[in-house]
Ligand binder design. Structure first.
Ligand SMILES: Nc1ncnc2c1ncn2[C@@H]1O[C@H](COP(=O)(O)OP(=O)(O)OP(=O)(O)O)[C@@H](O)[C@H]1O
Ligand SMILES: [Mg+2]
Length: 328
């Protein structure tokens, strides 16, 4: 697997792993009706996929970040231009064919977003093995001086379900910490490897514990249960969409309420929260300040379409307005 030219000589402070990136086509409608003809207001094409969204938010906040993973050779130019523009170091390997396209239908009247996500390239066992090896090798090189590695998003079809577990073990054995944000079987498998921080949303946590989690109490209990056991994470953050997020560690349980911002698009709010969590960990912030900053990253993201954050001082100003409630 070949690697493109790598930007930036200073060591990145964070590496995000994009095993299944995507191009996001966002199409806005004033009132979307499924099953009939809809006239779009506008369309925007952005690079996307969770790991790339996280990297973009970090870059906008001024954090030096690298991305490893894979890109489809046939539409890689859009990603390469993006990485150059954001000064993100590109350590991705290249696969034949196209990077998948995900479509987001935004209804400007209801504020709802409908996601149509493609599965990604179907990998043969050999191709999956090569990709995993590429990622492990680039992480071996990068994570020596990189305190945090972000594993986020789905796995492409054909990638073994324990890929994130394998990466987590390797990275953390080398002394860096893993923030994991995925769902379903890859989440369940990776938890056995003890990632330092996890950020499921309420639905992902419900699926993991096999309970509906209809109340805040049930959600807190399920999150706290993950803090116990041999390979438990140090911190569990459960994002609750418009209900805010829970921040849990061995000592404290906090509920951060969302900021009162005008929601333009909810796409990537969780990815922005992951970026905010990373900044908080790099700065060694206590849990309450972590909750404020991570929630502010999400709030800032809600005001924009595409993988953009407003300037850092605006994000920090929002952080100062976030209410954080203790949970007993
Ligand atoms: N509709 C909303 N109104 C206000 N705040 C929101 C809304 N949706 C999300 N947020 C904020 O963004 C944070 C993360 O959102 P959410 O729980 O939807 O993440 P997610 O499901 O992981 O999203 P994704 O994976 O699509 O990026 C929430 O904790 C909250 O602070
Ligand atoms: Mg998410």
């Amino acid at each position: 697997m070949t690697e493109s030219d790598v930007l930036g000589s200073a060591s990145p402070r964070v590496v995000t792993v994009a095993l299944n990136p995507a191009l996001d086509h966002t199409i806005e409608f004033a009132g979307l009706q499924l099953g009939s003809v809809n006239r779009a207001l506008r369309m925007q094409v952005d690079v996307g996929g969770k790991a790339i969204n996280v990297a973009s938010c970090l870059a906008d906040f001024g954090v030096h970040v690298a991305v490893t993973g894979q890109l489809g050779r046939d539409n890689a130019a859009l990603f390469e231009e993006w990485f150059q523009r954001k000064r993100i170091a590109n350590h991705c390997g290249y696969l034949d064919g196209l990077t998948r396209v995900n479509t987001k239908l935004v209804d400007t009247v209801s504020g709802d977003t409908t996601d149509l996500n493609m599965p990604g390239p179907e990998l043969t066992p050999d191709a999956a093995g090569d990709l995993l090896e590429h990622v492990l090798r680039s992480l071996d090189r990068l994570s020596e001086r990189t305190p945090w590695v972000v594993l986020s998003g789905s796995l492409p079809p054909g990638m073994p379900v324990d890929a994130y577990a394998v990466i987590t073990r390797r990275v953390q054995a080398a002394g860096a910490a893993v923030l994991l944000d995925t769902s379903g079987a890859p989440l369940r498998a990776a938890l056995t490897a003890g990632p330092r921080l996890i950020k499921p949303n309420r639905h992902e946590l419900a699926e993991l514990v096999g309970e509906p989690l209809e109340t805040l109490e049930a959600t807190v209990a399920a999150g706290r249960a993950l803090l116990r056991g041999e390979h438990a994470p140090e911190t569990v953050v459960v994002s609750l969409g418009a209900d805010g997020a829970l921040f849990l560690n061995g000592e404290q349980a906090l509920h951060a309420l969302p900021a009162p911002v005008t929601v333009r698009s909810t796409v990537g709010a969780g990815d922005a929260m992951v970026a905010g969590l990373i900044v908080a960990r790099l700065d060694n912030l206590p849990l309450r300040a972590t909750a404020r900053l991570a929630t502010a990253f999400s709030a800032a993201k809600l005001t924009r379409l595409g993988p953009y954050l407003p300037p850092p001082e605006q994000v920090r100003a929002i952080a100062g307005q976030i209410s954080v409630l203790p949970i007993d």
